[in-house]
Design a protein around this ligand. Structure first.
Ligand SMILES: [Zn+2]
Length: 307
């Protein structure tokens, strides 16, 4: 029987699970369909049963659990307040529900904070003390590591980088606000802009996802290049503001949209260079995270930290 830390990354579609041993050796990873429509209690008991069976097969015993959940998490009390990705899940005591399954120490945090912790440990080997993670997926999220720890803010809401207001009366965001970074650099924002620019033009190109937008731009499609340029400039504007306030050493970018690489980063860096007040911007290193999905591993690492 081997002791292992368990990491769980709850997503709207899939839930990813990882088992890890110190000092960060991955023993096993798998994913299951979330089926969150059954409600949180049945979701947790079903997932608990699947994981216990897996532990039996692999000869593992769970020594601590870390969980990343999408949405507003009260991490001190272990409650998921609400989540745009998990309809109907409100004020769910996830920490105590999971405790009943595993009878060990449980840590619950927002999924972007957990991803930031994973990136901090796996990509940066805990060296820099200041790091900002920006997750560029359908939505845009973020996590802040300061002094080698996750910075949560007063109620766990710190790091909502996607909802930084960049444009007065700008594009509509999923949060109900206007002009947020997410409305330009999240995949729905990018695709909306591509449709706007293509409207009325003769084009056989149908852009369905950021990857198609990325490939079309690489093939020289002028409209797609323009869409990435605009998104990169918004990202650059956001990084400038973050850098003036936080002065981080690293800004890591993760998620599907970040895979566009230079298409996004070159315009972002150009915006950064255009600022005369350069002192806080100079030391900032911008990188695309090598591991696009470190959520479950980050959760297992957070459990290890919590032990
Ligand atoms: Zn917003």
């Amino acid at each position: 029987m081997l002791w292992a830390f368990l990491g769980i990354d709850i997503g709207g579609t899939n839930t990813k699970v990882a088992f890890m041993r110190r000092p960060g050796r991955v023993l096993h990873q798998f994913a299951v369909a979330s089926e969150t429509f059954v409600g949180p209690r049945r979701f947790v008991s079903r997932l608990g049963r699947i994981i216990r069976e897996k532990c039996g097969d692999l000869g593992l015993r769970v020594e601590g659990v870390g969980i990343g959940a999408p949405g507003h998490v009260d991490f001190r009390r272990g409650i998921l307040r609400d989540s745009p990705n998990l309809p109907g899940w409100k004020n769910v005591p996830l920490k105590s529900l999971f405790f009943r399954q595993f009878r060990t120490k449980i840590l619950l945090d927002n999924d972007a904070n957990i991803a930031a912790w994973g990136a901090f440990v796996l990509e940066l080997k805990r060296r820099p003390q200041q790091m900002v993670l920006i997750t560029l997926g359908t939505g845009v999220g973020g996590g802040l590591i300061f002094g080698g720890k996750i910075y949560h803010g007063i109620n766990g809401s710190a790091g909502e980088i996607g909802h930084m207001r960049l444009v007065p009366r700008g594009a509509l965001c999923s949060c109900g606000g206007r002009g947020c970074l997410e409305a330009y650099a999240g995949s729905y924002g990018l695709l909306r802009r591509a449709r706007e620019l293509k409207a009325g033009r003769a084009s056989r190109l149908v852009i369905m996802d950021p990857r198609a937008l990325h490939l079309a731009a690489r093939r020289g499609d002028k409209i797609c290049i323009k869409v990435w340029k605009e998104a990169g400039e918004m990202l650059g504007r956001a990084i400038v503001n973050l850098s003036y306030v936080l002065n981080p050493e690293y800004v890591l970018l993760s998620g599907g949209v970040a895979q566009a690489g230079a298409l996004l980063l070159e315009p972002a860096r150009r915006v950064m260079r255009q600022n005369a007040f350069a002192g806080p911007l100079k030391p900032v290193k911008i990188r695309v995270a090598r591991r696009p999905n470190s959520g479950a591993l980050g959760a297992a690492l957070a459990a290890m930290e919590n032990a």
